[in-house]
Design a protein around this ligand. Sequence first.
Ligand code: ATP
Ligand code: MG
Length: 449
Amino acid sequence: MKFNILIIDDEKNIREGLSESLELEGYNTFLAENGKEGLERIAKGDIDLVITDLRMPEISGEEVLAQVTTESPGLPVIVLTGHGSIDNAVEAMRNGAYDFLTKPLNLDRLTLIVKRALQRRELILEQRELQAELKSKKTFENIIGTSNEMQKVFQMIKKVAPSKSSVLVTGESGVGKELVVNAIHDLSPRSKNRLISVNCSALSKDLLESELFGHEKGSFTGAQGMRRGRFELAHESTLFLDEIGEIDQNIQVKILRVLQEKQFERVGGERTIDVDVRVIAATNRDLEKEIEKGNFREDLYYRLNVVHIHIPPLRERKDDIPLLVSAFLQEFAKENGKKIDGIDVNARAALYKFDWPGNIRQLRNSIESAVVMCDGNVITLDDLPPSIRNTHEVDTIKVPAGITIQEAEKIIIMQNLAIQKGNKSKTANILGIGRKTLHRKLEEYKEKN
Ligand SMILES: Nc1ncnc2c1ncn2[C@@H]1O[C@H](COP(=O)(O)OP(=O)(O)OP(=O)(O)O)[C@@H](O)[C@H]1O
Ligand SMILES: [Mg+2]
């Protein structure tokens, strides 16, 4: 992409000098003699950067700056000030200028500032595009994802929501199982009633039983009154059994009976209660393996698994990362009262490269912490949690099996040296050996060849 730079200055020499050097750097330049002309050019909407003198007849550089910050936010303005008028420059920076240059102009500094300003500009535009995408695609029931994998999940949710079928939602921890369960309920005719959830791993066996089925007065020590269970509360609604893989065998039998016969008794009670409940279960375990091991009943598995929605881990759908990051960035910037324009190239590369064992929950937490750590307007590598930052550009060295320690040592030394581009002190440091030792070894390798 070729950037368009507008130069506004009433001095012909400066205008043309600047234009010439920026054109040499590969930019398109446009020239204006005064603020009025400049603003007219900006109004056309294709300018990426404005360089403006401050003191000019009719409309001053200050006015141009004021107009740009209100009418075209995100368009960077670099101001030029005469020698000795640094106060004006400071004032301009306070009013939103990206940077300033004093005359006579230092062209190296100019090129550097222009480059940085345009990088920032690109980030802002990219971030805006992502935000627009987030809005226009109206993320599915708060679930963000444009990857093919997630589109399949959305299709499944839409198809299964209107029915009464049991659904089993599987996937690693943090992939969004709970979000998917909520979406199914919200899109179903049962959404007029509240979704009832039970986390099956959080309670002991006895407590879970009474939590699910309720109990009669005096059914066990401490059971002072009658209590309705979650199956009863979920009548004409949806019951979400989270972490179903953790359930004790006896309770598995009882749940199976409700699914088959739509009836149960409260703990310590005899009266049979009829319910109309739709069950959705979730687990991060492989239930088929649990069946093989004898931990999970096969008949219950088939009752729950009428429809199966599997959510793939984030590492298998990395296309979703930019949009997720953008959404979390917006959320946490707002929460922390910060203005964050985007993520720089290195930080982005690290986020993409990371494997995300904790999936979207981990990505969300990482962005929250990066926003808190960030001092400027752009998230950099330093703002990311160390575990994520460190995977950035980790080079690996492969050592074949069946060789001696000496041979392996040679491979490790030579490859580290290559990675460090031949810098011996750095290589010695990294390997934890002295420079002299490294030299000696390198001499030995030479002699052997
Ligand atoms: N596609 C997504 N879009 C936006 N946020 C998501 C998405 N997937 C997950 N999240 C967020 O990530 C976090 C973890 O999601 P959730 O609790 O649904 O995961 P889970 O699969 O139930 O994990 P666990 O097995 O540990 O219970 C939540 O804060 C959730 O809002
Ligand atoms: Mg969960």
